[in-house]
Design a protein around this ligand. Structure first.
Ligand code: NAD
Length: 511
């Protein structure tokens, strides 16, 4: 770590109140943990920046009990009053945006602007949740029986397990936690062991807010291994909902364990997102959008563009434009405001990228630009442009790295077929000025993804919409719109205010 990064980190940790990070939090205070040690690294240098003692299964139990206890009282706090508490959390995040954003950048390696953007997303979802706390609407129905009234009401569900991936160390927790909290559910957060400092910093902020508001135990943290703490959370019948973000492999395991115990799952898994560019597209716009979506976050977003489907008329020109732009992408220190692409998270990620490019060559693809490991400390690579065919095996997979497969298509129909021809179904986009083509892409016979965009890229969603994808991406929806319903239980109520007992469907049962 350079001296300046070390100074930034020390300052950030000091201001966030994280002198001595611990891993388990229950009832608003950090606990002594008993699991193995996780070492957090700075991906820009490869050097360790912190050691965090992880929670054991016993520590998990203490955290779980605190969350359960908090549920007893939190569920009875009126939802708008719960919203007021989330408002305070949002305000505290506003105060710490610069420090938390820097910490995200240092521990995860994404550029500072994206680190700050992640914290802004946390603030946005808190604002959203405050409004939502007055809008947890149920429907009312007309009963078919005289003097009867029917309506639906929504009750808190219980402690929610939130499992997050390394690539959004703080925002995805907030999408879940802010909404769950106004719905009346405490949260038990198991973050990725690759980014424990970010999680501890967020928890520190939560602890301060919740203590001041007199409601400890609503937000809880367990940094622990997938095998010990993760599996305990999955199997725990006291946790009615597991909201998990990560690879498809992880999602399958979660469905396997939570399904048989009839728990709910909200799964946000891998993507293999395509952008289609038709002959009539604005190529300036398409080039900028594709570069951000393929190179931004070093290709480590679930919504990163992995496949670029180019109509034959513009394929050569788009390829040329991208080669030029890729050559100008500034790769380096994520904290430097001039940098556009930081490092990959770790050496395993670099090796996975190199293996994928080997496979590309083996399957007859051609690396047109980039794709080399940079000879400097840290886990830096060049983004890669690859000429490929839709049916190549490697193209079907999500490689979590900045590899963009360029694939030629004849027109919108073939583009839709290729867009949909993978097992994942998260995000998709089309660049065109042809209304008919755009509407075809958005129709029921168009893109099969959870997100479909016109003239913007596949990444960079706003919190107001429901976020998630279909097929192997898991089918979950979180953040805005009506995603809140999954965090509550619905109760249908019928009230008889008459003196008769008519039965539904005209059934007679006279005694
Ligand atoms: P990962 O699957 O390796 O880990 C994700 C989280 O799951 C981690 O906290 C990990 O500890 C936990 N986990 C793994 N096995 C578990 C188990 N058996 N029990 C409980 N917890 C377990 O993923 P990653 O490498 O951290 O993140 C990258 C992946 O996440 C990519 O596939 C990416 O597309 C996906 N992702 C999806 C979204 C989305 O919204 N769809 C968002 C971000 C990332």
């Amino acid at each position: 770590m350079t001296t300046s990064t070390a100074q930034v980190l020390n300052g950030v940790l000091g201001r966030l109140g994280l002198g001595d990070p611990q891993s388990g939090v229950a009832a608003g205070r950090f606990l002594e943990a008993h699991g193995p040690e996780a070492v957090s690294h700075n991906p820009a240098t490869g050097e360790p920046i912190a050691r965090v003692r992880m929670a054991s299964a016993g520590d998990y139990e203490a955290v779980m009990q605190a969350a359960q206890k908090a549920f007893e009282t939190w569920r009875l706090v009126p939802a708008p009053a719960r919203g007021e508490v989330v408002r305070e959390l949002g305000n505290e995040l506003r105060r710490h945006k610069q420090d938390l954003g820097r910490l995200v950048s240092i521990e995860n390696g994404k550029i500072l602007s994206e680190g700050l953007g992640e914290v802004q997303e946390m603030i946005d979802i808190c604002d959203f949740a405050v409004g939502l706390s007055r809008q947890l609407y149920g429907l009312s129905m007309h009963s078919e029986r005289a003097s009867h009234r029917m309506y639906e009401q929504w009750h808190p569900l219980g402690p929610v397990g939130v499992i997050t991936a390394f690539n959004f160390p703080v925002a995805v927790w907030a999408w879940n936690a802010a909404v769950a909290a106004v719905c009346g559910d405490p949260v038990i957060w198991k973050p990725s062991h690759k980014v424990p400092l970010c999680a501890a910093a967020v928890q520190q902020i939560c602890n301060r807010v919740m203590e001041a508001q007199g409601c400890p135990g609503v937000f809880n943290l367990v940094v622990g291994s997938a095998s010990e703490v993760g599996e305990s959370l999955l199997a725990d019948r006291r946790v009615p909902l597991i909201s998990a973000t990560g690879s498809c492999r992880m999602g399958r395991r979660i469905a396997e364990v939570v399904g048989p115990r009839m728990g709910r799952t909200l799964l946000e898994l891998g993507g293999n997102n395509a952008v289609t560019v038709l002959d009539d597209a604005d190529l300036d716009l398409a080039t900028r959008a594709v570069t951000f979506a393929a190179v931004g976050t070093a290709g480590q977003r679930c919504t990163s563009t992995r496949r670029l489907l180019l109509q034959k008329g513009i394929a050569a020109e788009m390829t040329e434009r991208l080669e030029k732009v890729y050559a100008s992408v500034r790769i380096g220190d994520p904290l430097d405001p001039d940098t556009l692409m930081g490092p990959l998270i770790d050496e395993d990620a670099v090796e996975a990228m190199m293996r994928a490019l080997e496979q590309v060559r083996g399957e007859g693809g051609e690396v047109l630009w980039g794709g080399r490991r940079l000879q400097r400390p840290g886990h830096f690579v060049e983004p890669a442009l690859v000429r490929a065919r839709a049916d190549m095996k490697i193209v079907q997979e999500e490689t979590f790295a900045p590899i963009l497969y360029l694939i030629e298509v004849r027109g919108v129909d073939e583009a839709i077929a290729v867009n949909n021809g993978v097992t994942q179904g998260l995000s998709s986009a089309i660049f065109t000025r042809d209304l008919l083509a755009a509407e075809k892409f958005l129709s029921a016979a168009g893109s099969d993804c959870g997100i479909a965009n016109v003239n913007i890229g596949t990444s960079g969603a706003e919190i107001g919409g429901a976020f998630g994808g279909e097929k192997d991406t898991g089918g979950g929806r979180e953040a805005g719109s009506d995603a809140w319903r999954l965090y509550m239980r619905r109760q249908t109520v019928t009230i008889n205010y008459g003196r008769e007992l008519p039965l539904a469907q005209g059934v007679k049962f006279d005694l």
